[in-house]
Design a protein. Structure first.
Length: 217
């Protein structure tokens, strides 16, 4: 990375930090673009080159958290099953959240109060889920052969992340975010049916007329 890129990256980080400090102190709606720019001693025009809207500041923090999940999953040891690697990566992301609880509590409350930002976060989460599924496929010791099971695993872990964060925000961070996530995932047993198990389920689902009925009915 060249000197110019380093300077831009440093300015971007300073703007993010200043924005969150102001929002934490006086609220999202009350914080202006000019105030954020003044805190870093740049012009509002410069700030808008990094973040076209104030909402983009919040979304950028969300994207940073998602990047931690991606990078952590990619770095998990090959000896772990896909489910173990995914849960461990999620715990690493949430550990980063908890380490900066003041900022991330503000971010989550701001998102919850803004339908527009909530919708953007949902779109980002859908994209992240696709990325995570793709990363699972690329793992050296991928243990999930079924795309269906992979989607279920990712959806389940994401639901646990969401539930843990919601509970954490509701307690104003007084409970451990990691503890809440562990509690949420403790009720789930990640087991991929073997090929033989799937064939057996299909056979058991047949009624006496020979037609297949959905498993579980």
């Amino acid at each position: 990375m060249g000197l110019r890129e380093l300077k831009k990256d440093r300015t971007r980080t300073q703007l993010l930090e200043a924005a969150l400090e102001l929002i934490a102190r006086q609220g999202f709606e009350q914080t202006t673009i000019s105030e954020i720019a003044d805190a870093v001693q740049v012009s509002p025009r410069t700030l808008l080159r990094y973040f076209p809207t104030k909402e983009d500041v919040i979304v950028s923090w969300v994207d940073q958290g998602m990047s931690i999940l991606r990078e952590s999953l990619g770095a998990r040891p090959p000896g772990e099953t896909d489910a173990e690697a995914l849960v461990a990566a999620a715990r690493e992301m949430l550990t980063a959240y908890e380490a900066r609880s003041t900022f991330f509590l503000v971010i989550e409350r701001t998102i919850a109060a803004s339908p527009g930002i909530s919708a953007r976060k949902q779109q980002m989460m859908e994209g992240l889920a696709r990325d995570i599924c793709a990363l699972l496929v690329k793992r050296p010791a991928a243990s999930i052969s079924s795309a269906l099971i992979r989607d279920v695993y990712v959806g389940t872990v994401f639901a646990a992340i969401h539930a843990a964060i919601q509970a954490w925000v509701a307690t104003n961070g007084s409970q451990s975010l990691i503890g809440l996530f562990d509690e949420a995932t403790a009720v789930v047993k990640f087991v991929e049916p073997s090929g033989a198990d799937r064939r057996k389920q299909g056979a058991n689902a047949r009624n006496q007329t020979g037609r297949v009925r959905p498993v579980g009915r």
